[in-house]
Design a protein around this ligand. Sequence first.
Ligand code: ADE
Ligand code: ZN
Length: 320
Amino acid sequence: MPVPKAELHLHIEGTLEPEAALALAARNGVDLPFASAEEIRAAYSFTDLGSFLDLYYALMAVLRTERDFTELADAYLARAAAQGVRHAEIFVDPQAHLTRGVALDTVLDGLGAALAAAPERHGITTQLIICFLRDRPGAEALEVFEAARPWFGTLVTGVGLDSTEVGCPAAPFAEVFGRARDAGLRRVAHAGEEGPPPYVWEVLDVLGAERVDHGIRSLEDPELVARLARDRVPLTVCPLSNVRLRTVPDLAAHPLPRMLDAGLLVTVNSDDPSYFGGYVEDNFAAVRAELGLDDETLRLLAANSFHAAFLPEDERAAHL
Ligand code: ADE
Ligand code: ZN
């Protein structure tokens, strides 16, 4: 039985399996430049974050209706439940859909239907975090934020920041993160995935991020490590993603053990599991096999996931 855990770094669009993409393309009359699931999988050969994002955004073309988003999320939740996930804080990229003509209510109501059914259907509680794309303007993020207000508190519980990191400063998103704080939403941001430590400092100090997604390059700056450890800032690490996007040379070289040794509140997550070769328990199994982490450390990582979750204290305690 997989250890019970929370998944805190999961892009719902990154759970689109090749078979599902082809079925949705046929149902929605979308032309894909791939004739089979094997052809899609053959394209999963990434050299960096950018080469992955190109395919990730291109395959989203098949997601068009509320039902598509409901089925996508339901399929993820079924897989997650089988991998021991009891609570999932799920990312969605609204701008990736709005910019291709899919309305916000299609995306959010579609996902919302699956998430509302998840406790009964899959034994998983959920939250939804809307992420802003850092390679698009801050003003656009503000528009999306305001348009999403009707879902705040009920479905949407947080905001995040993702997409291209290097060369895309976080500062243009300070205003939208400030509004999110004022609206009672939680704040997370990708940083230190490909970018050096100043990118992590920026999301902490300029955006007020409460969790850092990835953050693996933080180890390059001892002062940053001290700050993250002192403030118990969780880092949502995604080992298989880091290998596939070549931010680490191989799993055996992954900094996860050093991050734990440095006293950081680290969690293990799947990021975009369809693209990176595994869901969250597959990531746990991989770090056990390749990094030699023992059962106690794996239990610590699972416990960390509940400590780092945006759960009310009574619900957190029930998981620990
Ligand atoms: N969007 C989806 N996956 C991502 C990742 N690993 N980094 C940045 N943006 C993303
Ligand atoms: Zn991510």
